[in-house]
Design a protein around this ligand. Structure first.
Ligand code: 6GU
Length: 251
């Protein structure tokens, strides 16, 4: 899968792209990421990428011509690239949207600045507008990295075990709940013991404990996620026995 990132801060991406999973996916030729400086596509002698808004008001607006030229450049050898504008006005990124985007061959990520991009660029070039949540960033760069990270890990061959993405919290395979708590060595940490059941060697008992712990945690922290959860009759019985049934049904 190919990504072109259009930004006025190309350096921002240096270290994230050089580390961890993104680097491995790149080295493994699962992805190809190209970062472009929007300033390189300016025609005016001051290399201005933004200007004052018509009609007045605070802040600067990103000029349409450099953005359009950068998109055309990114599409030179890949006409079908989908343009994604990162902006707080966009559809909120969630696991479903990440899965949709992971089905594309080529994404052109345009990092907008908070005050906005000229509306004519948006209407003529942007296929999708994506936000990463209801809070304010100064620019779309961190959002582009978040999108890149969560889309890349869905591509076949990126995670060590192909199954792990399907079992994530928030992906359909997990039926919408949060994950159970995890423990590793040492057995006692600053006086706190890891739960005894995890040393029982009985995988069915451990699985049941984890299921209950996951539902309990979801009821406490994200009850709304249980609206769409579905349980088997055996699980419903188990939840009832542990007084979690009403809580998870009423959530
Ligand atoms: Cl994509 N951009 C900006 N500037 N702020 C945001 C955002 C994006 N998503 C959430 N807040």
């Amino acid at each position: 899968m190919r990504f072109d990132i259009l930004t006025i801060f190309p350096d921002f991406f240096d270290s994230p792209l050089a580390a961890g999973m993104i680097r491995r996916a790149w080295q493994g030729q699962i992805i190809d990421v190209r970062v472009h400086n929007i300033r390189d596509f300016t025609a005016n002698k001051h290399a201005m990428t933004d200007d004052r808004p018509f009609g007045g008001g605070a802040g600067m607006v990103m000029k349409p011509e450099p953005l359009a030229a950068a998109v055309r450049h990114a599409r030179v050898d890949s006409a079908g690239g989908k343009v994604v504008l990162l902006s707080p006005q966009g559809r909120t990124l969630d696991q479903r949207l990440a899965t949709e985007l992971a089905g594309e061959q080529h994404l052109i990520l345009v990092c907008g600045r908070y005050e906005g991009v000229d509306e004519r660029f948006r209407s003529a070039y942007v296929d999708r507008e994506v936000s990463i949540g209801d809070y304010v960033l100064t620019g779309g760069e961190p959002a582009a990295l978040v999108l890149l990270d969560c889309v890349i890990r869905l591509l076949p061959g990126v995670l060590g075990c192909d199954e792990s993405a399907a079992n994530d919290t928030f992906s359909p395979g997990s039926r919408g709940g949060l994950k159970y708590p995890q423990y590793t060595r040492p057995r006692v940490f600053e006086g706190q013991k890891a739960p005894e059941v995890l040393f029982s060697g009985d995988h069915a008992v451990i699985a049941q404990w984890r299921f209950l712990a996951a539902v309990r945690r979801t009821v406490e922290r994200r009850p709304e996620l249980l609206n769409t959860a579905t349980f088997t009759p055996a699980e419903l019985k188990l939840l009832a026995r542990h007084d979690l049934l009403n809580k998870s049904e009423m959530a």
